[in-house]
Design a protein around this ligand. Sequence first.
Ligand SMILES: [Zn+2]
Length: 254
Amino acid sequence: MRIGAHVRNSENPLGEAEDLDVDLLQLFLTDPQKWNKPVVGSGLEAVRDSAVDIVVHSSYVINVASLNNRIRIPSRKAVAQQAEVAAEVGALGLVVHGGHVRDGEDPAEGVANWRKLFERQAESGGFAVPIWIENTAGGDFAMARRFDAIARLWDAVGEFGAGFCLDTCHAWAGGEDLVDAVERAKAITGRIDLVHLNNSRDEFDSARDRHANLESGEIEAEVLAAVAAAADAPVMLETPADGMKDDVAYLRSL
Ligand SMILES: [Zn+2]
């Protein structure tokens, strides 16, 4: 099992990888809450030049599905831009949240916007790195909360080679049973490219997105371990930093 860790706001991500004893890191390229251009800082350069592999998590402000031009258009641009910079640092893929339309809007239009993202980019040769769409926890108008919605999304984007990132906290909080989640997700997407292995601070179907360390949330740690084993994909911890070392140790002990 390949184990990685998401590192936030770090001056020295390579040092953190060494400290955590992982050879895979997930990073943001810019402040995830802002529309700033992605930059390759010295910390990221050091990771690029090392044996540690990189996954890039795109900014949270991105919402490719949005019916609002002032969100969707910059979102498209940001995905392309962040994919380009991700390629510059040799990243394995770019994680992008499924996004949502607003309450009362037609989710089918959001799905169509996802398709347009890939269609337009295909005209210029596709994205610079694989795009891995991540399931999210909340909202009734989300593109990738419930698996039936993911199936509709995949009908639209699957042919473009879209990848899938399964977040265990989001699936649980989104109301999807984790016991057979890998099997069901693969039946829809045909693939799992990355697992965001997180416990949840909140109960099943809470729609809340609050990650917990593997042995301290609402999900039984054994269930998380089983997902990690079944997925046959790299596992990325996005758990609270204080307990991350213990999370790595727990996974290694299995
Ligand atoms: Zn995640």
